[in-house]
Design a protein around this ligand. Structure first.
Ligand code: ATP
Ligand code: MG
Length: 356
């Protein structure tokens, strides 16, 4: 196995803090498994913009695009905006420019961690939202029209992207082997033609994947079922904006944004980052929960195992990180976002201690 080249974009705010924590865990676990991994830290984000006039220079983009995988903290800061008034969001540029159509957001209950749901089955929550990340309503970013008492945005669904999203979803369900699992498309096909089109494409792909159960669900009904019976779901592909909203709802079910990892995956590239943002309210205090990004690091190892010849060692390392997180919280570790005392460093140390 060649040395794996990882581009690291810590970004702003707690992005930097949770990146440090994640790199400490990754260095530990890769060393123990004999995985050669080189990390190159690159500058991008709101403070980079303030310093250099560019949120992500072309040079940084090129370097990140060359790497085997990209590990990203979070980007953006209140009061720092692009000259046109829009938010600093180079992570969105990465999604569009690298064609990262599948936003993979696992929502998995950590054993022993109390959730907002009183039902004991909440401990079984284990689903994956796949947020289409290059079109949908977000395609309209920078294209919306506001003029003379009238505003309009575009919802875009294309066949090639939808087919790829569907194939990705069925393949993921096949790998996950969740008993009673399968693919459930989340849409609003009863109201919008674009979603009816999306559903028809999924139905075509479902026919090629008859070994995997397939169904669809309206997004409003899914919002209800996320609270009523989230343990019944497995792989949930959906449009960009719906995925954005359901991801936060899902994170809320398992302890909050601090526990929700994410990956943006395309056919040739992938970015791994926590689902949360830069959290200016708690930045610099050493209390950010790094679990989401540590789990994103595990997702990166799983992806490298398949796409970059990382092999079984990467797979084992990923499983070990997830087990260490479970053991640490199982042993009583509690972070401030869930009412406990353990800051970023305490979580990092506890996870490293439970590795193996
Ligand atoms: P974005 O625009 O990037 O989605 P956001 O405005 O939705 O960001 P986040 O930064 O994701 O905001 O988080 C919202 C709040 O949740 C934060 O202000 C913070 O209080 C809390 N939070 C988010 N992530 C964490 C974390 N890792 N640890 C502790 N608290 C967090
Ligand atoms: Mg948000």
């Amino acid at each position: 196995m060649n040395r794996l080249d990882i581009a690291v974009l810590p970004g702003d705010g707690i992005g930097v803090e949770v990146t440090d924590a994640t790199l400490a865990v990754l260095r530990h676990v890769t060393e123990r498994h004999g995985i050669g991994m080189r990390f190159t830290t690159l500058k991008a984000g709101a403070f980079a913009y303030q310093e250099t006039g560019e949120a992500m220079s072309e040079e940084v983009f090129e370097r990140a695009a060359q790497a085997d995988a990209i590990l990203l903290g979070a980007m953006g800061w209140p009061g720092i905006r692009m000259a046109d008034g829009t938010e600093i969001a180079p992570q969105l540029d990465l999604r569009f420019r690298l064609g990262l159509y599948a936003g993979v957001r696992p929502i998995r209950a950590i054993p022993g961690l109390a959730t907002v749901l009183a039902n004991p089955r909440a401990a079984e929550i284990d689903l994956v939202i796949i947020r289409e990340s290059t079109e949908g309503l977000f395609y309209s970013r920078d294209k919306g029209v506001v003029t003379g008492g009238f505003a309009e945005e575009i919802l875009r669904i294309t066949r090639p992207t939808t087919e790829r999203l569907a194939r990705f979803s069925f393949e993921l369900a096949r790998q996950r082997k969740k008993p009673g699992g399968g693919v459930t498309l989340v849409d609003k096909a009863n109201v919008f033609r674009a979603f009816a089109y999306m559903r028809s494409i999924f139905e075509e792909v479902a026919i090629e994947n008859r070994d995997i159960a397939f169904g669809s669900h309206y997004v409003d009904a899914m919002a209800l079922d996320f609270v009523r019976r989230p343990w019944d779901f497995d792989v949930l592909p959906t449009e960009n904006m719906f995925g954005d909203i359901l991801s936060d709802l899902g994170a809320g079910l398992i302890g909050g944004m601090g526990f929700a990892p994410s990956a943006d995956i395309g056919d040739a590239h992938a970015v791994f980052q926590p689902s949360h943002g830069t959290a200016p309210d708690i930045a610099g205090k050493g209390i950010a929960n790094p679990t989401a990004m540590i789990l994103s690091g595990a997702m990166m190892l799983d992806w490298l195992a398949v796409t970059r010849d990382g092999g079984q060692a990467c797979r084992d390392a990923a499983a070990e990180i997830r087990a260490a997180v479970d053991k640490a919280f199982g042993a009583g570790l509690r972070t401030p976002d869930i009412g406990g005392p353990a800051g970023t460093k305490a979580v990092t140390d506890a996870v490293i201690e439970h590795l193996k």
